[in-house]
Design a protein around this ligand. Structure first.
Ligand SMILES: [Fe+2]
Ligand SMILES: [Fe+2]
Length: 261
């Protein structure tokens, strides 16, 4: 039986949300704003790929889970995109960023990668989001953030953990080739790190803060000394290299109970 629930969220982001809504920190805020710029199109790419594959899935439970995955990712895309209006109102411009992102996702990846590589890439992305989701809930990463942004990221994190096995299982249903899985992970991580960095630089450039020493001190805090995101993501991600890896091996489902029912 499929254990994944499609919930219909309806976030409304008031105009009064602080420009630097995460601990009054430009770097940390724009790191998560950058993720919000990436998610809607990234999730569209994922759900479109899974949707095309769904007819070929023979396992009835996996088919239902894939359908719930599509429903959840569609919700994430819509809710994160709503926050773009706040960013536009604050004067940020990211049309060029979005054009480039869409070109890579829909003109390059969607048209030129084989279904095996697309699914390997999506399984890699889902491993990354599962790692970040676990950090979000386990360490209350958004404890000092604007409450509605905390709610958005925690809801998304909980659903990412809830559907963490789906993309991996869909990939495994067409091939169990380790090298393709590994290559998919490399493509996924390169893609995410490149676009999160590009989004961050775009936002910081707009604020004329690219040369602000304080901003780069905040980067060191977030990645290495306080929240230690980089180190934690790196150490969790290594699990994916195991030959017999499966997303269900990581015990984190209990974390979602306080956020979703
Ligand atoms: Fe998502
Ligand atoms: Fe996901």
């Amino acid at each position: 039986m499929c254990q994944i629930t499609v919930r219909h969220a309806n976030f409304n982001f008031p105009e009064q949300i602080d420009r630097y809504w995460y601990s009054n920190s430009p770097f940390k805020t724009h790191f998560f704003n950058s993720i919000t710029l990436l998610f809607p199109d990234g999730e569209q790419f994922m759900l479109r790929t899974i949707k095309r594959q769904i007819k070929q899935i023979e396992n009835v439970q996996l088919k239902q889970e894939a359908s719930a995955f599509i429903g959840q990712e569609a919700q994430h895309a819509v809710q994160h995109e709503k926050f773009w209006h706040n960013l536009w109102q604050q004067g940020y411009k990211f049309d060029t960023y979005l054009r480039f992102l869409r070109f890579i996702l829909f003109n390059v990846c969607e048209h030129h990668l084989s279904i095996k590589f697309k699914l390997a890439m999506i399984a890699g992305v889902e491993h990354f989001t599962n790692v970040i989701a676990e950090l979000t809930l386990k360490e209350e990463l958004f404890a000092e953030a604007e409450p509605i942004m905390k709610e958005l990221f925690e809801w998304h994190a909980a659903e990412e953990i809830e559907h963490k096995t789906v993309a991996y299982d869909v990939f495994q249903s067409i091939t169990k080739n380790y090298l393709i899985r590994l290559l998919g992970m490399i493509i996924a991580y390169t893609f995410i790190l490149s676009f999160v960095s590009l989004g961050l630089v775009t936002m910081l450039y707009h604020d004329k803060k690219l040369l602000d020493v304080k901003v780069w001190q905040e980067m060191l805090q977030l990645f290495f000394t306080k929240e230690k995101i980089f180190l934690k993501v790196f150490s969790h991600s290594i699990e994916y290299l195991k030959i017999n890896f499966h997303p269900s091996q990581r015990d984190n489902l209990f974390l979602i109970k306080r956020v979703i029912s």
